[in-house]
Design a protein around this ligand. Structure first.
Ligand SMILES: Cc1ncc(COP(=O)(O)O)c(C=O)c1O
Length: 383
């Protein structure tokens, strides 16, 4: 096969005229930090998820940090999470002084195995953080049942889950709290950003304070006509608010989420067709229960040759790729700090050195999926 000249990236945001117009209007408006556009973005996000409240933040990581803070999670507390997640979750748990307790995954979907959670619950457990991995809904009924039984908080890691549905409910529509990411590779983007959704007005108040220094009123209200710029702080907070410039981008992206996800689903379908029957790779599996997949990522597993060697070969074909994720229990500080808590994670280990995320983004031409599939066939054939 002829090698393409242009590099095919692993991901690329889809930015259209509407995104540019909305951001430009914001830039010209005289108010570019947190204000009316963030409020509108939050309201529209509530409509998508069916949650009562939504709080915009400048990353999902920031959202996780203030969520754990607002729940007073700290030293002595244990938080159940898959190891197969982004390091930011474990970092936030560690920075709060709490302990991550890892639960193994299902090899096919890479989602947390809900049947293994029960045995990891102890008197110290405070929360469960399932990930809707790659946009495939985690098994929320089983997870929520356990949480009810043991009085635990569920914090859905919905970083991959704009457009993910579980039994007709959008991610964020059942757990107590969910956190979405709008990083540039995500299904909708604000450049950097995130959203916390919840159904709890008291917790919302705490989160809004923690999001902005601990100051009661937003700057746009303090500096508006007749506003009082004075403030008091009862508890110190962080600086994690989303600026309106980013909310403008988010509003335009949110209007397009269905179009963007349909395109992702189409490309995933083409990958399934193009890679069908190739021995030496495992294709992603989808959950058996009723769900809608957001196809944030298309993760295959390489069995035929060493995964790192396979990555080098893809690079020779001018194809980009991602790695979601290096398992967090193998990160240096995690291994050192929580050694006795790690336990056996057989399926995580089995998947870890085989996974690779293929290029998948809404503006990716269909011919590029065919190119990737042909390249993979050639690489596997020649070893
Ligand atoms: C599963 C998961 N959780 C959390 C995050 C953190 O998101 P952010 O980059 O918005 O902080 C990511 C982002 O890559 C992610 O993939």
């Amino acid at each position: 096969m002829k090698i393409r000249k242009e590099f095919l990236p692993f991901s690329r945001p889809s930015i259209g005229k509407d995104e540019i117009n909305k951001v430009t209007t914001c830039l010209k408006s005289g108010w570019i930090t947190t204000g009316a556009l963030c409020k509108e973005f939050e309201n529209n996000f509530c409509q998508l998820t069916g949650s009562q409240q939504a709080i915009s933040v400048n990353s999902a990581t920031a959202g996780m940090h203030i969520t754990l803070s607002a729940l007073n999670i700290g030293p002595g507390d244990e938080i159940i999470t898959p190891s197969m997640t982004f390091a930011s979750t474990i970092n936030m748990i560690a920075l709060r002084g709490a302990t991550p307790v890892f639960v193994d995954i299902d090899y096919g979907t890479l989602n947390i195995n809900p049947d293994l959670i029960g045995e990891k619950i102890s008197k110290k457990t405070r929360a469960i953080i399932p990930v809707h991995f790659a946009g495939a809904a985690a098994d929320m009924d089983k997870i929520n049942n356990l949480a009810r039984k043991y009085n635990l908080t569920v914090i859905e890691d919905a970083a991959h889950a704009v457009g993910t549905y579980y039994k007709g409910i959008h991610a964020g529509g059942f757990g107590r709290i969910a956190i979405f990411s709008f990083h540039p590779i995500k299904n909708i983007t604000t450049g950097e950003g995130g959203m916390i959704t919840l159904n709890n007005a008291a917790l919302e108040k705490k989160l809004r304070l923690l999001r902005f220094h601990g100051i009661e009123r937003d700057a746009w209200k303090r500096y508006g006509k007749g506003g009082n710029p004075a403030y008091d702080i009862a508890e110190p907070g962080y600086k994690y608010n989303m600026p309106d410039i980013l909310a403008a981008l988010g509003l335009a992206q949110l209007e397009r989420w269905q179009e963007l996800n349909l395109r992702r689903a189409k490309l995933a379908e083409l990958y399934f067709e193009g890679l069908k029957g190739i021995s030496g790779i495992d294709l992603p599996e989808v959950p058996e229960y009723d769900h809608i997949h957001a196809w944030h990522l298309f993760v295959i597993k390489i069995l035929a040759l060493n995964r790192d060697e396979f990555m080098n070969r893809l690079a020779d074909y001018n194809i980009g790729y991602g790695l979601h994720f290096p398992p967090t229990h193998a990160l240096s500080y995690v291994k050192k700090k929580y050694a006795e808590k790690i336990g056996l994670l057989a399926e995580t280990e089995r998947a870890a050195d085989k996974i690779i995320s293929l290029p998948l983004f809404p503006d990716m031409p269909e011919k590029d999926v065919h190119y990737v599939c042909t390249a993979i066939k050639e690489i596997i054939r020649h070893g």
